[in-house]
Design a protein around this ligand. Structure first.
Ligand SMILES: [Zn+2]
Length: 246
């Protein structure tokens, strides 16, 4: 016996509608046909919206979960992730893993002191596996990657511009208040250690030697940092992210 065709309507928030296939993008309610009782998550993702981008969900005007099943005649309303609503593992401070295309964003997040893994040779299965094992938020512009089953925490970046991407992440996870610049190595993500100027004097350029007093060293890769141009740049980044958004 053939299963009957069921129908439901899904209304997406405007910011999620941009992710839908072109014909559905202008629809207030997207009609959906299905058989059986699939998980809502599956149907939403089949329309191009990764589960990580769903902030909340209502079915027939009642709160629902992505794992709930869809039934004939359901009306589903899907909201995006509101600013500061971004969920993470609750370890106090979110930590991240950035995909291969997000080197600049990874460096910016490290500048602000956030634990951010990045390599330019990570493959998709590895990104998803590390994000899962270490409860990291997966940062990517690749929707297929976020739809992988093991990805619990993820953020789909909309912008191509690294500064705007940083802004997206800072807003979504409310990072401005917990930023700690001059704390983490931009090259390798390791925490920095303060060092006496005298101990690194022989490695400094004459002008750095003359004008700067506070130094830190990465114990993993031996890179030296000082509160100079890097530091000013970090402060600028934070100020920008802190600015009110219209
Ligand atoms: Zn380092």
């Amino acid at each position: 016996m053939q299963m009957a065709t069921c129908r439901a309507l899904i209304a997406f928030d405007p910011d999620l509608r941009t992710l839908l296939p072109a014909p559905q993008r202008s629809l207030e309610d997207v009609p959906l046909e299905f058989k059986g009782s699939p998980a809502i998550k599956h149907e939403i993702e089949s329309l191009g919206v990764p589960h990580t981008e769903v902030g909340s969900l209502r079915v027939n005007n009642l709160p629902a979960a992505l794992s709930d099943r869809l039934h004939d005649g359901d009306r589903v309303a899907v909201r995006g992730v509101a600013p500061a609503q971004g969920v993470f593992n609750g370890r106090g401070q979110p930590c991240f893993i950035a995909d291969n295309h997000l080197g600049r964003l990874a460096a910016y997040l490290r500048m602000l002191g956030f634990d951010t893994l990045y390599r330019n040779d990570y493959q998709d299965p590895e990104l998803a596996a590390v994000a899962h094992q270490e409860e990291r938020i997966l940062l990517t512009r690749d929707r297929r990657l976020l739809m992988r089953r093991e990805v619990a925490y993820g953020c789909l970046l909309r912008s191509l511009d690294p500064q705007e991407q940083l802004d997206e992440v800072v807003q979504r996870y409310a990072l401005a208040k917990s930023a700690r610049p001059f704390r983490r190595c931009l090259r390798c993500n390791h925490l920095l250690e303060a060092v006496d100027k005298a101990d690194v004097l022989d490695r400094l350029q004459p002008l750095t030697r003359r004008y700067f007093e506070e130094f830190a060293r990465c114990p993993a890769c031996d890179q030296i940092y000082w509160k100079g141009s890097h530091y000013d740049r970090m402060l600028e980044l934070i100020e920008h992210c802190d600015a009110p958004h219209p």
